[in-house]
Design a binder for this molecule. Structure first.
Ligand code: AVJ
Ligand code: FE
Length: 449
């Protein structure tokens, strides 16, 4: 969006608003019964009909009331869809708009947004509208909720309601793809973290600043199911010495011994439930649905550790030859063939895929496939200023949340970039998250690169 004039930007925005709405409606119609939209699939998740009306209410607050100065349409429902007023577990018992009314409400909001788009000036002196920022924020917000709705779909029981697109399944398969891809050395030195100029970046992505890191190794690819099974079979879940103290507590309290949605079939082979179907666990796919504590324990077992957030970002964005950071691992411009983003498949791709998405250092699949747990807590960068509201990120800063990077197969390309930061509790497994490992280079001077 950075290089477009205002009319072209507005055209792009109208198109993206339409595309994300098609996506949201696709996740709440089709094979799903209307009754399923109001059901509680898990106390961790909202009923799907809450997400649907919430994205419309958020759009009304930001694009109609704030940007266009339009009077509230349904002020009496604001409280129902305020994420801070009602935790997810409570939402099914609220007097939510039923599915038909929710759809009518969000499409009435949308019609007014499109009517007013031409007359809202993108004022370079107003950070809310400059570069279409608030429109970008609303498009990204709806895509974020679409990913959340996919997590709800994955948790739900009953007949499948989402289907793998034809053809994509074979594209994901690369011969020899379960061969471990090794690690690369990232030389000590500074890199530019975050961004100050990206027009649609969130407040927590900036300000951009230099960070100096010691040398480290980082895995070329995310950890695969095969590698994770090796950890399980080596007794990883029974060895307290491998776990963070609170991780061991989680392990004992929860009784978990495998990633979420995994079980053994009659022959003792690992299978997984994926969007209502049970299938063998594919060895060469990145492991997903592991929590931070499981990722942390695996890394210790492998003689490594999770990368810090800064290490992840340097490996993804820094171009040592040019002396600057990129927006995407491969360059400045998004290209669809370089990452498994945007719900093209309902799963991550196998090791060896998307080699053209490698970073300057040759690190692969940093964007897409699975969110990657980092070792870092979620904090503001030096000089952080909350904008346009504290509840997007600032209220989550602190030691409770771990940072995830890079987006998953379920993340839309407009809603992720090399600077994008996600966060969740270290016990969460319903998100589409995996990890890769790193290690400090000094510890193993002369080690294999
Ligand atoms: C950035 C993914 C953690 O889903 O809780 C959605 C995004 N913020 N509505 C979340 C968000 C407000 C947020 N995450
Ligand atoms: Fe939201």
């Amino acid at each position: 969006p950075g290089s477009l004039d205002e009319p072209a930007l507005k055209e792009l925005i109208a198109g993206e608003l339409g595309a994300v709405r098609d996506r949201s409606l696709g996740l709440t119609t089709g094979a799903l019964e209307e009754a399923e939209l109001t059901a509680q699939v898990s106390p961790l998740m909202s009923p799907l009909v809450w997400d649907l009306a919430h994205v419309g209410n958020y759009e009304e607050l930001w694009l109609l009331r704030a940007a266009a100065g339009v009077a509230p349409m349904r002020p009496e429902i604001d409280g129902l869809y305020d994420a801070f007023e009602h935790p997810r577990a409570e939402r099914p018992s609220l007097p939510l708009l039923p599915p038909g009314e929710a759809r009518a409400y969000i499409s009435a909001v949308r019609a007014r947004v499109l009517d007013s788009l031409g007359s809202v000036r993108f004022d370079p002196a107003d950070p809310l509208t400059s570069g279409g920022f608030v429109y970008g924020m609303v498009v990204q917000h709806e895509h974020q909720h679409d990913e959340t709705m996919l997590a709800t779909h994955q948790l739900r029981r009953g007949a499948p309601a989402l289907f793998d697109p034809p053809g994509e399944a074979t594209q994901a398969t690369v011969p020899g793809a379960d061969t471990p891809a090794g690690e690369v050395l990232i030389a000590a030195g500074p890199f530019e973290r975050g961004t100050s100029g990206d027009p649609w970046a969130y407040d927590n992505e900036g300000p951009g600043h230099m960070v100096d890191l010691p040398a480290y190794y980082i895995d070329v690819e995310p950890v695969t199911n095969a590698a994770y099974i090796a950890f399980m079979e080596a007794g990883g879940y029974d060895e307290p010495g491998l776990w963070h103290p609170r991780g061991w507590e989680w392990r004992c309290r929860s009784g978990k011994r495998a990633p979420a949605f995994w079980s053994r079939d009659g022959a003792g082979h690992w299978v997984r439930r994926r969007f209502g179907r049970t299938e063998p666990v594919p060895p060469a796919e990145p492991v997903q649905h592991v929590c931070w504590y499981e990722a942390d324990a695996y890394a210790r077992w492998a003689g490594k550790r999770l990368p810090t957030e800064a290490e992840w970002e340097k490996a993804a964005r820094w171009d040592p030859a040019a002396g600057r950071s990129r927006r995407y691992p491969w360059g400045e411009v998004y290209e669809p063939g370089r990452a498994n983003l945007g719900q093209r498949m309902l799963r991550p791709a196998e090791t060896g895929s998307y080699a053209s998405g490698a970073s300057a250092y040759g690190v692969r699949r940093l964007l897409g496939d699975v969110w990657e747990w980092t070792s870092s807590d979620f904090h503001g960068y030096p000089g952080f200023r909350s904008f346009p509201y504290r509840e997007y990120s600032e209220v989550f800063f602190g030691p409770e949340y771990k940072v995830l990077r890079g987006g998953s197969w379920a993340t839309h390309p407009l809603a992720v970039r090399g600077t994008f930061r996600n966060w969740d509790y270290p016990i969460r497994r319903q998100i589409f998250a995996g990890f890769r490992c790193a290690r400090t280079a000094d510890e193993t001077a002369g080690g294999t690169a």
